[in-house]
Design a protein around this ligand. Structure first.
Ligand code: SAH
Length: 348
């Protein structure tokens, strides 16, 4: 047995691996790389089934008080036209998402203090009453008190990426908040009974296979219900403009495959940023460990102004188009659309 095969057998047997060993897998090439993909795809099929759950993402505000160095909607970027969707627009979009076959809506925004826990709670209650959909919030770091009120309003899940486990890198690119706050928030979410999603950007400037291996291990230690990761894509209007992609493009995909191998029961989305990396990026990720797709259901008129990274797909489309397109993509892959909310498989 060669090294790759031996490490993969250990992962399948749920035996621990070190960061150095994961880094070795991240560097695998050719046949070894294909074997990692096939093994992750097989495990995904056995543990999560072939269904792909649709989570419709509503980008309801691009107003942000923070200045994260990578993000296209950071507050210092004056070339963005700022918007907030009204409560009515958000709820109408959730109704559409349901019509288009999504079992979950994900409400995402910049860190916009206008949406207090009270206001978000009202929106959440109305969505739950009118549609019964599962609701995920992705609105940045909030206090435990706010998170508790949002849970009472019926919020099912929360998505907050830790972005990187390198403390030096995290503080260099997040002028507004320390790493500990994000981790504190993730702990609060877990204690309050949320289904918790987190993850990181793959290939931030200066990152190495060893650093990515640490990110994978950290995500695994958090015992997440959902793990969302995507490639870092350099945005021209940010301090990280013109930073290159990783030389080995396969590392982005190998990261997802390894996350699956270490987290057999987690929901793993094929995140939108993969389509900005490769035209069929999200399809490839669904064949390399992922089981969730997040169609953009944001009304077309807002989309151009929610570009966290360049080349974001579908910014000239509307929600209905994305909902039709995703069905075609899944049909081509021979994967059925998941029914129901697609809650976590992990036991509390
Ligand atoms: N304000 C919320 C939502 C952020 S947007 C929050 O902070 O949680 C969701 C994710 O987009 C971020 O967590 C980040 O990982 C990702 N993102 C932002 N800019 C990006 C870029 N340039 N390339 C790739 N992903 C990016």
């Amino acid at each position: 047995m060669n090294v790759t095969q031996e490490l993969l057998s250990r992962l399948l047997a749920n035996q621990p691996v070190t960061a150095a060993e994961l880094a070795l897998l991240l560097k695998a090439q050719g046949k070894a790389c294909e074997l990692i993909y096939a093994t992750a795809d097989g495990l995904r099929s056995r543990r999560m089934g072939d269904e792909v759950f649709l989570r419709g993402i509503i980008e309801f505000s691009n107003i942000c008080k923070n200045n994260c160095w990578y993000c296209g909607i950071r507050c210092d970027n004056t070339s963005v036209t700022r918007y907030r969707m009204t409560d009515e627009e958000i709820i109408e979009t959730a109704r559409n998402a349901q019509r288009w076959g999504c079992g979950t809506v994900v409400l995402q925004s910049g860190e916009d203090p206008f949406y207090t826990a009270g206001r978000l709670g009202d929106i959440l209650r109305r969505i739950k009453e009118e549609t019964g959909l599962a609701v995920t919030l992705s609105v940045g770091v909030r206090s435990r008190d706010e998170l508790s009120r949002l849970k009472e309003a019926g919020c099912d899940r929360y998505l907050l990426r830790f972005e990187t486990t390198s403390n030096a890198l995290f503080s260099a690119i997040h002028p507004d908040e320390p790493f500990e706050n994000r981790v504190r928030c993730l702990t609060d979410l877990r204690e309050l009974g949320y289904q918790v999603g987190s993850g990181f950007m793959i290939g931030l400037p200066g990152s190495t296979p060893e650093m990515i291996a640490h990110d994978i291990l950290f995500a695994t230690r958090l015992s997440l219900d959902m793990i969302g990761c995507g490639p870092f894509l350099s945005h021209p209007d940010t301090p990280l403009a013109e930073k290159p992609l990783l030389a080995d493009r396969e590392i982005y995909y190998k990261t997802i495959a390894l996350l699956r191998l270490l987290n057999p029961d987690a929901h793993i989305p094929a995140t939108t940023a993969f389509d900005a990396l490769d035209p069929d990026g999200r399809n490839l990720v669904l064949q390399r460990g992922a089981n969730v797709f997040m169609p953009n259901v944001t009304p077309g008129k807002f989309r151009r102004n929610y570009q966290l990274y360049p080349n974001k797909p579908c910014v000239d489309e509307d929600g209905a188009a994305c909902a039709i397109c995703v069905r075609g993509r899944l049909a081509n892959l021979g994967r059925p659309v998941g029914s129901g909310p697609g809650h976590t498989k992990r036991l509390p």
